[in-house]
Design a protein around this ligand. Structure first.
Ligand SMILES: Cc1cc2nc3c(=O)[nH]c(=O)nc-3n(C[C@H](O)[C@H](O)[C@H](O)COP(=O)(O)OP(=O)(O)OC[C@H]3O[C@@H](n4cnc5c(N)ncnc54)[C@H](O)[C@@H]3O)c2cc1C
Length: 380
């Protein structure tokens, strides 16, 4: 506890966004409290796939818990014949979120952050020069609050984040990864528009999941069952079965209200096509942590740097992802063909995963941007 009971920075939620924001703010000299509603280590429904942008944003503690490095991907369309693309070097890493999130919390506490788990935040209120945060364990106060409480959290509502779309992800953890899955993932493009499924290997188990627009729960569950059966895995022991929403923000949606910033899923920051959100959580967390640390000597005006960075760095990736999703929703067979039969398509996929190419750059050539607009139709 600080002497005056006022923290420089209070971070709500200890997923990748919150732990990173807390660590970076502490490294910048701020006195930081990090709280999470869950008891840690805690489970999180997630594929645990890390692209290059995620790996580049990690402290050594979190890199140490990477379980697999993937250098091949098998694609199928609606459970049909599969085709595997290999890369000379790994392009994706796999983590178990329970271990990964704990490692990020450990990195934050090593940087001087005070961490309290099992503390649920109920409400946030701005009071002049500080922010009051009501929790199950009493009231807390801070000069700056960073909301990292995930999709549908208290802080996103406080800031007024506006959501473009919500999807439901369902997953099962199946026993026994097996040698065949040592360095390989599987992606299946589903029959309903915009849906896809994945198999991601971990140490000793496989994460099999699907994602679909929210509101079609039965169809989403049926797709997951079909995917598992089609892979010949229906008789494997189910270690865990769970679901979680992913929400992405409208371009221009607020990410700050006064002295409160929101990061990661709380801000609706994820890539709309793949719905990968860990790189957005890590990067937005670091940007918010930096701005919050600077607000200590410079005042709350320093927080605008975070809004600018989201607009300039993360929003273009979200826009490009949304454009790709529109094409994928209408033309999944074309995407499948591009990745499995066209050398440039497969190379592009691998390079985007590895992080040597990003989606805005994929769409930068005018001809490709025009093709994406034509194939994707009007944005909704
Ligand atoms: C099925 C599925 C698969 C996915 N697969 C991938 C993938 O392979 N790769 C990828 O990059 N992304 C993936 N994502 C997205 C990724 O999981 C999220 O984008 C990422 O977890 C966001 O991190 P975060 O820190 O913002 O939020 P979270 O990881 O959700 O953490 C939020 C934290 O806030 C805490 N909290 C919530 N409410 C409160 C409260 N009121 N008070 C205090 N604490 C609170 C929670 O306990 C939690 O610990 C997937 C998502 C889904 C749904």
């Amino acid at each position: 506890m600080t002497e005056d009971g006022l923290w420089d920075v209070l971070v709500v939620g200890a997923g990748p966004a919150g732990s990173t924001a807390a660590r970076v703010a502490a490294e910048g000299g701020a006195r930081v409290l990090l709280v999470d509603a869950a008891r840690f280590p805690r489970y999180k429904t997630c594929g645990g796939g890390l692209i290059g942008a995620s790996l580049r944003a990690l402290p050594p503690e979190a890199l140490a818990v990477v379980e697999r490095r993937v250098d091949r991907v098998t694609f199928s369309l609606r459970g049909g014949p599969a085709r595997t693309v290999r890369s000379a070097r790994p392009f994706l890493a796999m983590v178990d979120r329970e271990r990964f999130d704990q490692a990020l919390v450990d990195a934050a506490t090593a940087a001087g952050v005070e961490f309290h788990d099992h503390v649920r935040v109920r409400a946030v209120e701005q009071r002049g020069d500080s922010v009051a945060v009501r929790t199950d364990a009493g009231e807390l106060a801070a000069s700056v609050v960073i909301g990292a409480d995930g999709a549908s959290g208290v802080t996103g509502r406080h800031v007024g984040v506006t959501i473009a779309r919500a999807d439901l992800g369902l997953e099962v953890e199946l026993a026994d990864a097996g040698e065949d899955w040592a360095r390989r993932i599987h992606l299946d493009w589903g029959k309903d528009p915009g849906t896809y499924g994945w198999v991601f290997p971990k140490d000793g188990h496989l994460t099999v999941g699907v994602i679909e627009r929210k509101g079609r729960g039965d169809a989403t569950r049926a797709y997951l069952d079909r995917l598992v059966a089609g892979l010949g895995m229906a008789d494997r022991a189910v270690l865990r079965s769970s679901g979680h929403l992913t929400l992405w923000r409208r371009p221009g949606s607020p990410v700050r209200q006064g002295r409160v910033l929101v990061v990661g899923d709380a801000a609706g920051l994820l890539e709309p096509w793949s719905r990968q959100g860990i790189s957005f959580a890590l990067r937005s967390g670091a940007l918010a942590g930096e701005a919050a640390a600077r607000a200590r000597p410079e005042g709350p005006g320093a927080l605008t740097a975070y809004e600018t960075a989201v607009t300039e760095v993360l929003e273009p990736e979200q826009r490009a992802g949304a454009a790709m999703l529109r094409v994928f929703e209408r033309w999944p067979a074309l995407i499948h063909l591009a990745f499995t039969r066209v050398g440039l398509g497969a190379t592009g996929f691998v390079r985007v995963c590895r992080g040597s190419l990003d989606l805005p750059r994929v769409l930068r050539p005018r001809s490709l941007a025009a093709a994406a607009r034509m194939l994707g139709g009007r944005s909704r």
